[in-house]
Design a protein around this ligand. Structure first.
Ligand code: PMV
Length: 328
């Protein structure tokens, strides 16, 4: 058996604009998905997921075309989860040059699903890494990131940037611009997460921004302004100026809001963090619901969020220096 874990991430800056070739800066956090993979004697795939933020499920099937899994959780969630695992295993079959190899896959994750913390990327990265090692192949991190990206790209109908998968594979802070991904230096960041218990629909949100951008010059300018902000954010990050960083996060949230991807609960959490004295706060990821990230070295934001209506969970998130970890 091989076991790998991979971290989730927050976007310090740049989600949505990254889809149009602007740079973005995601940052890996110490919330992980762990995937164990054991080779089977047949070519079937059996997937067990206990700790995802959906009810546990177990599915055994002969392949993606083998009919609908019979489980009591919403179909779209199952299809999405199975799509990611299927895609990850296909990548490994391709690397190993064997079509008919089967696996038992067990997934545990403490990253809320679809909430802007890169849960699917973490599962895909850890699954590819563990399944490849189970077949005796150790992938370089860059190849791992690339194969995980291709999996997400296929499952998400071409609507994926390299940000989540690269960040999850390599850890630390990352700069992404188109196909160019690189690790960058970051100071210790006092990150606090607020989670509204929900999830946004990334495809719909990305499509909404695409429409706005095509329709209005000022929406295209807003996307370009996010790019300018990210470029300034990179310098600020290098200089370790947390106050200036917070200010840029506030501004980034405003621009995302203008693009229509925030929500009442995200705005409420952002304002609770700001009122509590956070240096800055913004939504992270696709938006529509899910998580915000705030910058606060004190306990005030976490305390305020824990009393904010609509905030289901709040926690401090350490930067994950290490990306994929090979546990067994
Ligand atoms: O919600 P997440 O973590 O999947 O982030 C989506 C980020 C977008 O920029 C909206 C889309 C993408 O793939 O970059």
């Amino acid at each position: 058996m091989a076991v790998s874990s991979a971290p989730g991430k927050v976007y310090l800056f740049g989600e949505h604009a990254v889809v149009y070739g602007e740079p973005a800066v995601p940052c890996a956090i110490e919330r992980r998905a762990r995937v164990s993979v054991e080779r089977r004697t047949d070519e079937h795939l059996r997937v067990e997921a206990d700790d995802l933020s959906i009810d546990g499920f177990t599915v055994e099937y002969g392949g993606p075309t083998d009919g609908e899994p019979d489980v009591a959780v919403p179909e779209p969630l199952i299809s999405a989860a199975m799509g990611y695992v299927d895609g990850a295993i296909d990548q490994v079959r391709e690397v190993a040059g064997v079509e008919d190899v089967g696996f038992d896959v067990a997934i545990e994750s403490d990253i809320p699903l679809g909430a802007g913390l890169g849960s699917s990327a973490a599962v895909v990265v850890a699954a590819i890494d563990a399944a490849a090692r189970e077949l005796g192949i150790e992938l370089e991190r860059t190849e791992l990131a690339d194969r995980a990206y291709r999996t997400e790209h296929a499952v998400q109908d071409g609507q994926a940037s390299r940000a989540d998968t690269f960040c999850s594979a390599t850890g630390g802070a990352v700069r992404v611009e188109g196909d160019d991904c690189r690790s960058i230096d970051a100071p210790e960041l006092p990150l606090v997460i607020g989670f509204d218990g929900g999830a946004g629909d990334t495809g719909t949100l990305v499509a909404g921004v695409r429409e706005l951008r095509a329709e209005h010059g000022f929406a295209a300018d807003t996307v370009a302004a996010i790019g300018d902000l990210v470029r300034e954010g990179e310098t600020t990050l290098r200089e370790g100026d947390l106050e200036a960083l917070g200010e840029l996060m506030d501004f980034n949230h405003g621009l995302l809001s203008a693009l229509g991807v925030s929500s009442r609960s995200l705005d409420r959490m952002v304002w609770a963090a700001r009122d509590a004295g956070a240096l800055g706060a913004k939504l992270t990821g696709a938006g529509g619901g899910g998580c915000i990230v705030a910058l606060d070295p004190t306990d005030a934001t976490e305390t305020a969020l824990s009393f904010t209506p609509g905030c289901e969970d709040t926690f401090r998130a350490e930067l994950a220096e290490e990306g994929v970890k090979r546990l067994e």
